[in-house]
Ligand binder design. Structure first.
Ligand code: NDP
Length: 249
């Protein structure tokens, strides 16, 4: 159902080809937002955009790799060229190749830093100038309950999310009083995230133990809509959304 405070807003979402990003795109488009989807798997984006358009929504997509600052800048330009504006930037793209530190999966540590931390910073570098020019805009960073919790195998992943939580609060304090900044920290949510775990045993464990009581990605999309639909002088800074059954982390 359309929402008057969301309708017409141009919302750019990184990592919108599956899971939470895809659910956010569908949910906000149904509420009347013009959604701009970016990720590497463009065939998936094309399908989501087609379905949004077939249901009467406004959506566009382009290829995006958040590990390239130039690519992220081009994504902002694509949103501006397509809809002549940018109102909300959602840093959602992320990877979670869990492992023990003494497995020395150094390349995977680097990838988490590149996507989960640097990707968010590149998003800020690309979208903030647009928001500062019009003195209005909103950042929503999708972190994780791992932005405040760490356990075996999640050390590097949690470190990247702790970093994004710090970046989010620092950004909030630095920007003008008209720019909103917040984070949404999901607990175990249905998505393809566990696919990035390369150790087969850890992947099985993650799916069988930690990801039994998942909530649908739409729960995170609804939280995102809540943050956007508040009046301009209300800045929702943090929302933590866990499955009710998730007690241990
Ligand atoms: P998915 O794996 O389903 O989605 C991850 C998205 O990130 C995909 O669209 C993927 O697209 C994109 N992505 C990965 N690398 C890049 C890249 N280099 N450039 C652009 N896009 C990229 O998982 P989720 O939906 O769960 O993940 C979304 C966010 O939610 C992540 O930040 C994750 O950490 C967070 N989160 C998820 C939880 C869960 O339980 N699901 C819990 C807590 C937080 P593509 O491969 O096409 O590029």
């Amino acid at each position: 159902m359309e929402n008057q405070r969301i309708k017409g807003k141009v919302v750019a979402i990184t990592g919108a080809s599956s899971g939470i990003g895809e659910a956010i795109a569908r949910h906000l488009a149904a509420k009347g937002a013009k959604v701009v989807l970016g990720a590497r798997r463009t065939h998936k984006l094309e399908q989501v955009v087609k379905e949004i358009q077939n249901s009467g929504g406004e959506a566009a997509f382009t290829s995006l790799d958040v590990t390239s600052p130039d690519h992220v800048k081009e994504f902002v330009q694509f949103a501006l060229d397509t809809y002549q504006d940018l109102d909300v930037w959602i840093n959602n793209a992320g990877v979670m190749p869990l492992s023990y530190l003494n497995q020395y999966k150094v390349k995977e540590w680097e990838r988490m830093v590149d996507v989960n931390v640097k990707g968010v910073l590149y998003g800020i570098a690309a979208a903030l100038p647009v928001f500062e020019k019009k003195d209005r805009g909103q950042f929503i960073n999708i972190t994780s309950v791992g932005d405040r919790w760490v356990g075996p195998t999640s050390t590097v992943y949690s470190a990247t999310k702790f970093a994004v939580r710090a970046i989010t609060d620092g950004l909030r304090q630095e920007v003008s009083q008209h720019i909103r900044v917040g984070l949404i920290a999901p607990g175990a949510t249905e998505s393809e995230l566990a696919d990035s775990i390369s150790d087969p045993q850890l992947k099985k464990l993650a799916i069988e133990q930690f990801r039994v009581d998942t909530i649908s990605a739409d729960a995170i999309a609804r939280a995102t809509a809540y943050a956007i639909e508040q009046p301009d002088d209300v800045d929702v800074n943090e929302i933590v959304v866990r499955p009710t059954a998730q007690k241990s982390f």
